[in-house]
Structure formats: structure tokens, C-alpha cells
Design a binder for this molecule. Structure first.
Ligand code: GDP
Ligand code: IMO
Ligand code: MG
Length: 428
């Protein structure tokens, strides 16, 4: 198989970065297809931790192409910070390619993200305030500035002036905020443009040529299914399509050219930001999960909300993305639990549901139906073969596969590359 999508199945932070980095050992190219610097993907190599935001998680392999696709909203400031940080750590950044069609996150997007959230008050989404939503709004409103515009000095000067005029009206009249200064933004972004220009190309033809040449490509999802703008817990979602369908529109690769999909499943559940979370544990179990898992946001440092694994959500992700294999991560975090629960169905008003409710009102009434598993109470972080896992851990994993109807592909027992158990040999 030559093209594999990695997609989050829950509410993000499942460990996609670790799985992408692991599989990237065999890849020629790693591609981000949606989202932007709202992502925080952690990769641990030889005890060194890398927190990646826009940078594809293949960057730590010399010679692997790292592509930022057209579906990404691209913040040049963050990107260049990451490039500098990588260079300082001796990581080669020569093989990065940025789509000339990606939309640029501008100063006003970040400001408007913050002002919007403040205006929503109690109803805030809890965004990462990276300008993601406002940048996608402008893309759909057809007033976005793309990377090809940014690196064209005249085009950028004209577009920036035109859009800023509109944004300043909104800032002043809606938010009672001081206008932004054109010259300041222009010179800031012109300096970014000079530095990013060497990385910019037509990634559509590059990727299609790679596929035709039989190269191995990994598509790295950011965020996750339940944050998808169509399929997640709307409006408490992000503004893009993290499901595998997002790959086609976010890269220019036809759906039929996608060979396999791997869904990353955290062995329990977390969520950052507001919105429904049926298996959330607002009690000592939730606290224990947070402490054992050090569950604090990579991008914002916020404590993550925690709860039991919701197999209904993973099954839904399997349907939406056509997931072939699950990569179950952070199983080791459950090592110390006497008892572990898994939600296997949703019940509303005494009836078992066959779907994930669209209505937040109904979702709020959902009663998770739990199955209880005996814990394994053993350190599994040094186990490298599936058959060596404790019987209770295997029972938990097998039930997960049964309920979600997805085969087990990988089990991760720690953040490092070697802490990975391969169950299905032919993923890539
Ligand atoms: P992502 O956004 O999906 O890439 O996930 P994050 O990087 O935000 O959060 C996952 C965290 O779990 C990171 O700190 C990873 O280094 C870490 N991690 C990944 N897999 C495992 C695992 O199997 N066990 C443990 N203990 N940590 C893991
Ligand atoms: P990775 O790729 C977890 C959440 C935010 C907020 C909502 C909308 O590391 O898994 P946005 O800034 O995107 O408009 O915020 O989505 N969110 C994430 N939660 N992991 C992420 O990325 C996320 N990216 C956005 O917390 O609730
Ligand atoms: Mg993350």
C-alpha cells in the first residue's frame, strides 16, 4: 500500500504525532491536509520531545518530504518559528513544501478569533485562538489571501490593503477595537514572504507525481472526528475536516487513490475546550486519568477534560473515515487502574441509539452504557509483542475492536518510537 491516512477518532490529542512519526520511517512524504497551528503533535525520539504545530510529523527523518497541503490554514509566523527551532536542534528543513493554494492566517484572524470568543461569553467554543475559524471563514467568503498571493509583492500589497479596510471596519464598528495598521502588517508579512518563498510550490502536481511513481505517502490528520465541522459536536468543533475525506480536498489527491486509513484511538478519552463529552468523568476517576496521563494541552496548556473510552464515537469515526486499522495509544496510562470502563452504547429515554445524535440537546441526555473491565495492574511500557500483553489488556483491546468493528493495527505503550506493538504487519 502506498498512501495511508492517519486520522484522530475522538476529540484530538490521541497521539497522532507519535503514530505518524513511527510510520514515517517507511514514508517518502508526510502531508498535512487540514487545520493549522491549532494542532499540537508531540513526537518523542531518544528522550527528546518535539512539539509540532504546522510542521508535518515526518520532519525528524532526513530526506522525507514534508508537505503543507492546500487545505491547511498557514500561519507564516508560527511556521518560521518552527523552522528556526528545528534548525537550532539540528533538524534539516530543506524538504518542506508549502502549497501555493493554502490560505494565510493573518494578524486579523488571530485577533478576531480572540474577540469572537470574548463576545460569545458563556457560549464560547474554547478555541485555541490561532485564527483558524476566521481564516477558513475568509476562504469561504472568497476574501482569503493565499500563499501564492503572499509571495507576490504587488498582489499581496493590494490584497492586504483591500481586506484590511473591511476588517478595520468590523474591528471598530462591531468590536469597538482600534484599527490595525496597514504598513505594519505589510512589512511583517513581506518579511515572512521572503523567507517562505523557497518552500512554496504546486503541491498538487508534486503529490500526484509521487503517487504515480509508487512513492509512499502518509497523510497526517490534525484535530479529530468529533471536532469535524460537519460530523463533530457542532458548534463545538474546529473549522475543517479531519476525517479521511478531508484528504481529497485538502491535497488534491483523488479519493480512490487513498489505500488505507488508520484511526488513532486514545485508550480513554480527553477533550480540550467546551462542548459535549458523554463519558466525561468529573470526579476522582477523571482526576486520576488527568494525573496519570499528564493531560494538559500542548498548544494552550489548558487541563484536558478526561473520561472513559467512548467506543460509540470510535465506531462512528470508523464509518466516516473508512478506518482499516486502529492504532490504540496510551494503553500504559491505564496500568494503575483496578477497573476500567468502556462505553459500548448510547441510551436516551430508555432507548438504545443507533447513531450519534446531531442535536446537542439530545446529546446532553445521552446515558453511556458501560461495560466494566478488570485492570491489569502491571507496567506494560516495556512490552513489545501483542501476545506478551496481560490477558486483561488484551480483553479490553479485543472488545474495543468488536464494538467499533475496526481491526487492531498498532498498540502504543509509551511516547517513544520503540514503545510500539505492531499487530497488523501490512499497514504500509
Ligand atoms: P496528537 O495531537 O494526536 O499528536 O497528540 P498530542 O501530542 O497532543 O498528545 C499525545 C501525548 O501522548 C504526547 O505527549 C505523546 O508524546 C504521548 N504519547 C503518544 N503515545 C503514547 C503512549 O502510547 N503512551 C504514553 N504514555 N504517551 C504517549
Ligand atoms: P491536535 O491535532 C484537541 C479544539 C479546541 C476547541 C475547538 C475549536 O493536537 O489533536 P479551533 O482553535 O480549532 O477553532 O478550536 O477545537 N481543538 C483541539 N483539541 N487537539 C487539537 O489538535 C485541537 N485543535 C483544536 O480546543 O475546542
Ligand atoms: Mg495534540
Amino acid at each position: 500500500m502506498s498512501t495511508v491516512v492517519i486520522s484522530g477518532t475522538q476529540w484530538g490529542d490521541e497521539g497522532k504525532g507519535k503514530i505518524v512519526d513511527y510510520l514515517a520511517a517507511q514514508a517518502d512524504t508526510v502531508v498535512r491536509f487540514q487545520g493549522g497551528s491549532n494542532a499540537g503533535h508531540t513526537v518523542s525520539v531518544n528522550g527528546e520531545e518535539y512539539k509540532l504545530r504546522l510542521m508535518p510529523s515526518g520532519i525528524l527523518y532526513k530526506g522525507t518530504n514534508c508537505v503543507i497541503g492546500n487545505g491547511v490554514v498557514f500561519d507564516p509566523q508560527v511556521f518560521l518559528e518552527e523552522v528556526d527551532a528545528m534548525k537550532n536542534r539540528g533538524v534539516d528543513t530543506a524538504n518542506i513544501k508549502i502549497s501555493n493554494r493554502a490560505h494565510v492566517v493573518m494578524t486579523w484572524h488571530k485577533l478576531l478569533d480572540e474577540l469572537n470568543e470574548n463576545l460569545r461569553g458563556e457560549k464560547k467554543i474554547g478555541t485555541t485562538k490561532r485564527g483558524i475559524g476566521p481564516c477558513y471563514i475568509d476562504k469561504d467568503d472568497r476574501i482569503g489571501i493565499r500563499v501564492c498571493d503572499l509571495i507576490d509583492r504587488e498582489e499581496f500589497a493590494a490584497k492586504c490593503r483591500e481586506v484590511l479596510e473591511q476588517k478595520n471596519l468590523i474591528l471598530q464598528k462591531v468590536y469597538n477595537h482600534a484599527p490595525l495598521d496597514y504598513e505594519e502588517i505589510l512589512s511583517e508579512y513581506q518579511a515572512y514572504a521572503e523567507r517562505i518563498a523557497p518552500y512554496v510550490c504546486d503541491t498538487i502536481s508534486f503529490l500526484n507525481d509521487e503517487i504515480d511513481a509508487g512513492k509512499k505517502i502518509l497523510f497526517e490528520g490534525a484535530q479529530a472526528t468529533m471536532l469535524d465541522v460537519d460530523f463533530g459536536t457542532y458548534p463545538y468543533v474546529t473549522a475543517s475536516h479531519p476525517i479521511s475525506g478531508g484528504v481529497a480536498v485538502g491535497t488534491g489527491i483523488a479519493p480512490k487513490k487513498i489505500d488505507k486509513v488508520v484511526g488513532v484511538v486514545k485508550a480513554y478519552c480527553t477533550r480540550v475546550g467546551e462542548g459535549p463529552f458523554p463519558t466525561e468523568q468529573l470526579n476522582e476517576i477523571g482526576d486520576k486519568l488527568r494525573e496519570a496521563g499528564h493531560e494538559f494541552g500542548t498548544v494552550t496548556g489548558r487541563p484536558r477534560r478526561t473520561g472513559w473510552l467512548d467506543a460509540c464515537v470510535v465506531k462512528y469515526a470508523g464509518q466516516l473515515s473508512g478506518i482499516d486499522y486502529m492504532a490504540v495509544t496510551r494503553l500504559d496510562i491505564l496500568d494503575g487502574f483496578d477497573e476500567i470502563k468502556m462505553c459500548v452504547a448510547y441510551e436516551v429515554d430508555g432507548k438504545i441509539l443507533n447513531e450519534i445524535p446531531a442535536s446537542l440537546k439530545i446529546l446532553a441526555k445521552v446515558k453511556p452504557v458501560y461495560e466494566t473491565f478488570e485492570g491489569w495492574k502491571a507496567d506494560i511500557s516495556k512490552i513489545r509483542r501483542y501476545e506478551d500483553l496481560p490477558a486483561n489488556a488484551k480483553k479490553y483491546l479485543q472488545r474495543m475492536a468488536e464494538v467499533t468493528k475496526i481491526d487492531l493495527g498498532i498498540v502504543s505503550v509509551g511516547p517513544n518510537r520503540d514503545q510500539t506493538i505492531i499487530v497488523a504487519e501490512n499497514i504500509f
